[in-house]
Design a binder for this molecule. Structure first.
Ligand SMILES: Cc1cc2nc3c(=O)[nH]c(=O)nc-3n(C[C@H](O)[C@H](O)[C@H](O)COP(=O)(O)OP(=O)(O)OC[C@H]3O[C@@H](n4cnc5c(N)ncnc54)[C@H](O)[C@@H]3O)c2cc1C
Length: 461
């Protein structure tokens, strides 16, 4: 992950500087041929036009927190967009805000909250990642359970296209529309989740929501992982509670959270944890209803912890963030040895989560490796599994487990990537999910927008 550094819009080829942009959170290292740090939209558009004319390429980068190698390249220029970092006016009447692509997501959320409005997309990396990266990856997070990923909140995008033109795309505010294929009706959606391959997002207009009057976080320990996962299904289907998020941590991940809380005695009997948030206009959370559900699913109701108020909710978030951060740190020393963190991003229909995790565990056991550290958005059918591969041999075995899991996930109607995208690391798994006709439709769009392949070569394909 990189800072902004001095910007003057020109290509830099200093070797040390190039190396500063050669890594993201994937564990890969790709050194670009040059780095561009545009100061404004014009610099971006001119650089893209020049690259197209010269037959070279440009890969956009925000904060380089990508876990898939999407924000690094060894082909052509890497364009760091951190300097385009202005937050526009929050419009309290239309409930919208505009932000340039280099704005940090958490800064945008805080600016909206000051005006009593909620910027809903909440990737766990929100203190580090940029608006452009969040749009380009269709980022999501714990609260996407209630609010959806980034996509539905994007009202308009200003995009630098592969021919160097800058164009504004606005989502039609229609309630009914049967004019042509969906693909043609919503050009904004071409760019959301396109991983920099179709255009460079310059700025975005987002729809905002009213800030909930109250949010209560509840951490619920369970004596077994199975009980915790059945609770997730029960909470999702319950008519008595309406969670804003439903996050799961298995035994190992719960251990990381205990350590981050510096409280090893917390919920000693717990083998797993579910974190929920309950928001509403009422002054207090319906704790009795939550506890009744916890007890009916065998949860450790006496050890439940609640989090009220901004600081406490931030602490709850910090504890959950401690899990991926700890795995990232654990993997760091093994990078030089050819190892890295192996991290899945699959999702299945939510009722199938327990079966998919179980299958993955059996695959791991069968190949003689430790079970993964499993945590994340189980309420959306989307837990992350993490391993640390210490060398290329372990990496190979773990990737075998991942592939076997992905095949089972796809057979259950799942996806190989729910939020981190495909990038370079996961592109060999995309064909498990998409058939030739879907690839042909994607290729047609790429051909229409970037026929010379100027943008983000190697991402997705
Ligand atoms: C600890 C950790 C936790 C994470 N948690 C989450 C999570 O909860 N949810 C989630 O969704 N992701 C998560 N991620 C992944 C990552 O943070 C997100 O995908 C994030 O949105 C990427 O933003 P970025 O600014 O770092 O983009 P980068 O990593 O710089 O780029 C990501 C992709 O976006 C493209 N891109 C960047 N800016 C632009 C632009 N202006 N125009 C066009 N394309 C652009 C790049 O080419 C690349 O393809 C996590 C990562 C880490 C390291």
């Amino acid at each position: 992950m990189t800072g902004v550094g001095p910007t003057d819009g020109r290509a830099v080829t200093d070797r040390d500087l190039l190396r500063g942009f050669a890594r993201d959170a994937s564990g890969l290292e790709l050194v670009p041929e040059s780095v561009l740090r545009p100061r404004d939209e014009r610099d971006v558009a001119e650089a893209i036009a020049a690259a197209g004319a010269a037959g070279t390429t440009i890969t956009a980068a925000g904060a380089q927190t990508s876990t898939t190698g999407a924000s690094i390249t060894d082909r052509g220029a890497l364009m760091s967009l951190r300097a385009l970092a202005r937050i526009g006016e929050v419009d309290p009447v239309r409930r919208t805000v505009r932000a340039q692509c280099g704005v940090i997501v958490a800064d945008l959320r805080r600016a909206c909250a000051e005006r009593g409005l909620l910027f809903a997309p909440d990737p766990t990396s929100d203190e580090d990642c940029t608006v452009g990266g969040a749009v380009a990856c269709n980022a999501s997070g714990a609260r996407s359970y209630a609010y959806g990923a980034t996509r539905p909140h994007v009202r308009a995008l200003r995009v630098a296209l592969a021919d160097g033109r800058v164009e504004e795309f606005r989502r039609p505010q229609l309630e009914k529309n049967t004019a042509g294929y969906l693909l043609a009706q919503e050009p904004v959606d071409w760019f959301v989740g396109s991983e920099g391959t179709l255009g460079v997002v310059l700025d975005a207009e987002f729809a905002l929501l009213p800030l909930p009057a109250r949010t209560t976080g509840i951490a619920i320990p369970f004596p077994s992982e199975a009980a915790a996962l059945s609770f997730v299904v029960a909470a999702r289907e319950s008519a008595s509670v309406a969670p804003r998020c439903l996050e799961y941590t298995d035994a190992q991940a719960t251990g990381f959270m205990r350590r981050a809380a510096a409280d090893e005695s917390w919920a000693r009997g717990a083998a797993a944890m579910v974190y929920v948030e309950d928001s509403g206009s009422d002054a207090e959370a319906p704790l009795e209803r939550w506890l009744a559900l916890v007890e009916s699913c065998g949860g450790l109701a006496d050890d439940v912890r609640t989090y009220e108020g901004e600081a406490a909710l931030r602490e709850a978030r910090r504890l959950r963030h401690a899990v991926p951060a700890a795995m990232h740190e654990r993997a760091a020393p093994y990078r030089a040895l050819g190892g890295r963190r192996v991290s899945t991003d699959w999702a299945v229909p939510y009722r199938d989560v327990a079966a998919a995790i179980d299958l993955s565990r059996r695959e791991a056991e069968g190949r003689g490796i430790e079970p993964a550290v499993t945590y994340g958005h189980a309420g959306n059918g989307h837990p992350h599994q993490n391993w640390v591969a210490r060398d290329p041999g372990e990496l190979h075995v773990m990737e075998g487990v991942v592939e076997a899991t992905l095949r089972a996930v796809i057979a259950r109607g799942g996806t190989v990537s729910a939020e981190h995208g495909i990038g370079k690391l996961k592109r060999r798994w995309l064909p498990l999910q998409l058939g030739e006709r879907q690839f042909a439709a994607m290729r047609a769009l790429k051909q229409a927008l970037d026929p010379a392949g100027t943008l983000a070569p190697g991402n997705l394909w």
